[in-house]
Design a protein around this ligand. Sequence first.
Ligand code: ATP
Length: 210
Amino acid sequence: MNSIGIFGGTFDPIHNGHLRIALEALEELSLSAVHFIPCAQSPLRSEPAATNDIRLKMVKAAVEAEPRFFMDTREIKRVGPSYTYDTLTTLRDGYKESSMCLILGMDSFISLPRWYRWEELIDLAHIVIAHRPGWKAPTEGLLGDFVQEHLAESSQDAVTKREGRLFVLPVTQLEISATKLRSSIRLGLDPKFLVPESVRAIIKETECYA
Ligand code: ATP
């Protein structure tokens, strides 16, 4: 079965931590493509620092380096809060016969019970959790039980089943965060080697984090 990755985020800015986990998920789970979906209005976070146009420009520039990566603008075009439940529903309409894998960092997964209709997300897609420095996988409580209930038996499940399984990926640990990047750029430090060169050029040219 064809299997696609779905990777949402504020991407304020997109950085090498994002790109690396998307690539490792793609390889480990034999995905044919990863859709990068910049959110318009996160229900759980404050407004992004960079404008939508600049964030889109940065994501577009970053994904150009890998032919299996695509930018998907459906959340930016939608009015109102960017609920992942709505995004997966519209993607499911277009990918009826494919397996879909929602990629999340461990910190995002921990916040899942605060997401709109979170328990139904696994009925629309697999959930792929990438390890992130400083965050541990839940072993008990609501999320611990959720992991136990849905944990995949093998990475093959991502291509043999359309949805419903949970994968925990011990990806290469890169301690890069968009928040830390924005603060260091504000202090005049260079984001070189933490973001792609094309993204660094956009940050420099637009002074979006100055
Ligand atoms: P911030 O530091 O402001 O929270 P961020 O670096 O987490 O930003 P987002 O756009 O919010 O960037 O993240 C999109 C997704 O990527 C989230 O699921 C997040 O958990 C994941 N992610 C971001 N950076 C990493 C990283 N270094 N390792 C693993 N996952 C990451």
